[in-house]
Design a binder for this molecule. Sequence first.
Ligand code: N01
Length: 546
Amino acid sequence: MTSRDREKNVPEGSTAARQPLTGDVDAVVVGAGFGGLYMLHRLRELGLSVRGFEAADGVGGTWWWNRYPGARCDLPSLYYAYTWSEDLSREWRWSERYAAQPEILAYADHVADRFDLRGLIAFGARVLAAIFDEATALWTLETDRGDRVRARWCVMATGCLSAPRAPQFPGEETFRGPRLHTGLWPHEAVDFAGLRVGVIGTGSSGIQAIPRIAEQARRVTVFQRTPNFSLPAHNGPLGDAEIADYWARRPKYLKMLKAGLPGVAAHAEGAPVPPVEEQRRVYEEMWAIGGPVLVASFPNLLTDEAVNAAASDFVREKIAQVVEDPRIAARLLPHDHPIGTKRICVDTDYYQTFNRPNVELADIRAAPIEAITPDGLRTTEREYALDAIVYATGFDAVSGALLAMDIRGAGGVTLREAWADGPRAYLGLAVAGFPNLFVLAGPGSPSVLSNMMVSLEEHVDWVTGCIADMRAGGYTRIAAEPSAQAAWVAHVKDLADRSLFPRANSWYVGANIPGKPRVFTAYIGGGYRQTCEAVAAGGYEGFALA
Ligand code: N01
């Protein structure tokens, strides 16, 4: 690549910003969420010419799209934040224990400005194709606005929950009112005042949105197919004492991250089953703290059926205590999966909402939705008159955003072909047959079962180190070996099979997408970071370098 080639790259902030970009750069990063932003920063720091592509008109990824009322993080904000810049951590102050979407988006905006990243990103540019050329070992990326850029390194920072999906009921297009998906929420405020709103879906998105919509709407009908476990956030303003406590713990926390987290599977091995009274005492304590910590009460809560059953019972009892009408409470109690094996939800007043006179619960497991009609929705049992329908129906998780692009690796093999039996990657980072391409928080990494910020930082740091090593060693090509990938995939599965996770029909296994191969997509072993570091230190064992 010559400097002349590089000059062809138009900075996005220039007057030619909206002209399609062409030419060569060292690296492309697809997606400007928290993974993509940090990746751009690190690669530029390394001295690479780098170009980011982002389908949205701004940074923030999931927090740019998911603007539904009630959207907020479900890990404490102090921990749902980057750790790589101490200055950044010190200067940013979260206002609540669990920050709402606008504040998290403001944080992403702040990062983009503070580290001067916007100029590297082409916004409103959805990548349609990424094609690898064997002869040059370069990737060519094409976007929907005509960009065509070549790069040695291609990093997919496209997110695990970024391909929204909605079921197609007969008659969708006939509905007279607005149909909104939580994952594609409009930018302008949606006014539900005086409206009869139907919400389909009771995962994290529905559980967060329903109480806020119910505060505004004339009536809310919740269409629930499967009840979920949700824990109270006990959210509130973030006080100085909590911030001071975080800073006191931070050195230990960072040390723990560096040492590698234990992981569900490794942690559980040999852990004793505590007496039931002790379990209940701890659950009470965790319930009072709020947030997702309850499912981490005991190391074997996600591996031991009896321990899990006690936790599930405890939460069911709590739900039944909150919901005043015992018939409604009974319908809200989850019984089809062990607690924590579907992503645990964290709410503010979710169950309390069913005590409101303007909220009703429709059991669409018993009486499924037959059709959307011009004036509402029809189940096998009755008609519901609705002015607006909210689809909180989730995402084609982990692989959805990647398979939406035409990605072709060595020999023209498409990612769709390579993943015909389900998503797979070596270390959850690199896909055999797709040289020089990295997936942040990819399938087979801790990703969705970890603190995503931490996992993204780990992957970005590893990819940065890898590219630096390749350049220093004069390599132009690195590719995961099929045998190493197969061994890693088997290891990921083996660990998952030793846990209770496979018991749930969750998006973790792709069960929410009809026809999607059932593959558990997260690594639940311990010391993941160490494993990746050891691979790099050992000369990239399991990778072929050229
Ligand atoms: O999606 P989901 P989500 N007919 O897949 C129902 C993250 N997140 O957007 O269970 C009727 O969990 C479906 O029913 P069922 C978080 O990781 C985080 O809520 O398939 N119903 C289910 O109730 C989360 O796990 C936050 O029977 C249908 C719901 O729709 C992930 O995103 C906030 C249906 C989908 O639930 C996904 O959450 C929000 C159909 N045909 C999201 N199809 C934070 O707090 C689907 N459903 C950070």
